[in-house]
Design a protein around this ligand. Structure first.
Ligand SMILES: [Zn+2]
Length: 281
């Protein structure tokens, strides 16, 4: 094996977890050269720091998230400068603060084509900040970073309060997606978005070969812990997995403990996180 590859494999095997108290320190200090860093805000919201130091925000339900750490919940700017925003679908716990962050950073919001269109036509997002694409479409939001939209078995609807009437309106918002996010060094993250089980998870994994999978386990709206474990062990088989989309909604009752129990016997590395925590690869 090439020595660089060896080094990379060793780095993959040793994710560095920092607890919530340490995360502020980790953010203020320059991260190690070439490291990928994930900060979890809760639910499906992550900030990914790329090996080249760029910041990608995905599904940021921050000011509205019940488990968002207060330093971010009370001050959206505390998440720091963002270089690109990704959204998997229009449900509020995913679109959350995405338009606000895209506008305050003057960066593009990438999402399913028919979700971005109503954001623009309703005046939620300026047209020049919306990037429409769709499943199997690939974008390069930052130099050396490739993002491919993939299937997610779910739904998408935009609920918006019309300022003219002060009433809530429901707008069709296209189909939900997941994302294969390939960073500058080739490290691949599959953010599954919200999804139920579908057997093309096997195809997606074989075709894109993700190193790390972010998988919903809460149930009710997505896979529950047992189905998430089935998908991972039977079809996806990644090196590492971070469970997400649990602990934020009382009717999505799936727990980390249930997921860990269902994964027993698998050699897939489970990286449990708590809201506000960061992990490096
Ligand atoms: Zn959803």
């Amino acid at each position: 094996m090439h020595s660089l590859k060896k080094l990379f494999a060793a780095a993959l095997a040793m994710p560095l977890l920092l607890n919530a108290g340490q995360s502020a320190i980790a953010q203020s200090a320059p991260s190690a050269q070439g490291k990928t860093e994930l900060l979890w805000f809760g639910q499906a919201g992550f900030r990914i720091k790329t090996p080249e130091g760029k910041m990608i925000l995905i599904d940021p339900w921050i000011t509205g998230g019940p488990k968002t750490p207060p330093q971010y919940k009370n001050d959206l700017a505390a998440i720091g400068p963002i270089d690109a925003v990704l959204v998997t679908h229009a449900h509020v716990d995913h679109i959350g603060d995405a338009p606000a962050v895209a506008k305050s950073n003057n960066v593009k919001l990438y999402g399913p084509a028919d979700m971005v269109t109503p954001l623009i036509t309703l005046g939620i997002l300026p047209a020049d900040l919306g990037w429409r694409f769709n499943k199997t479409g690939r974008v390069t939001p930052l130099p050396g970073v490739k993002v491919t939209a993939v299937q997610a078995e779910h739904s998408s609807l935009l609920v918006w309060k019309n300022p003219a009437t002060d009433k809530l309106e429901s707008h069709p918002a296209g189909e939900p997606v997941g994302y294969i996010i390939e960073l500058e060094n080739g490290f691949k993250i599959w953010h599954m978005g919200d999804t139920g089980l579908f057997s093309d998870m096997k195809f997606i994994s074989e075709h894109y070969k993700p190193d790390l999978v972010l998988i919903p386990i809460g149930g009710n709206f997505t896979m529950a812990p047992d189905d998430a474990a089935y998908a991972l062990k039977t079809w996806v088989k990644p090196k590492m997995v971070i469970p997400m989309h649990y602990n934020s909604n009382p009717i999505a009752k799936g727990t980390l403990a249930e997921f860990q129990a269902a994964m027993k016997g698998s050699n897939i590395k489970i990286i449990p996180m708590i809201e506000g925590e960061t992990v490096q690869f």
